[in-house]
Design a binder for this molecule. Sequence first.
Ligand code: PLP
Length: 225
Amino acid sequence: MPVETIRQNIAAIRETVAKTAKDWDRNGDDVKLIAVSKVQPDDRIDAALAAGHRLYGENRVQEAQQHWTHRKEQFPDVELHLIGPLQTNKAKDAVALFDCIQTVDRPKLAKELAKEMEKQNRHLPCFIQVNTGEEEQKAGILPSELDDFLTACRNDHKLNIIGLMAIPPVNEPAGMHFAMLSQMAQKHNLPELSIGMSGDYKKAIPCGATYIRVGTAVFGERDYT
Ligand SMILES: *Cc1c(COP(=O)(O)O)cnc(C)c1O
């Protein structure tokens, strides 16, 4: 994919973000664009890097290693966020590769991440993922368990929790879930909110998104075949 295509895609998203933010009395610069590179071919990722983009997200550790281990050596200013569910046995690799873990969602994982961060002396900022739709198949702590979990992450595990992340149910209006997450973040004085994807990032801006996670609108459709 030509660098120019990706550059234009990113510029178009930024313009939409800036406009929408202005409508809601926010500064568009406070909304950071995570380009989600999962399942994307190498040439598109290289094009995004050539276009100057430096903030990326991946949802699987092994794929992220393939995409980013060598590219991070080449581009040391790349910042990589884990936005997919993490198994405890991959915590070690995740802490070594990523710069932020957005999917802390259960006590066992919090404990393992804390242990690895201590071992590797890499104290990464983290988000707690909240399952706002209380969907059985979806990762994330239940809203009713957030208070206790956050306390444990902070006090027992000394994790640096900077915000909340959620993926709304596909068949419900996203805005309601974004607003719910925003209220939880405010209640706990958490400054960062990771909400909004290609189809709904505009709706995430009035709800206080500080990170939007956008794949398709940056890189084009993912080819799973
Ligand atoms: C894939 C993915 C995205 C990006 O989705 P698009 O619809 O392509 O923008 C965002 N967040 C998470 C957690 C994802 O897994």
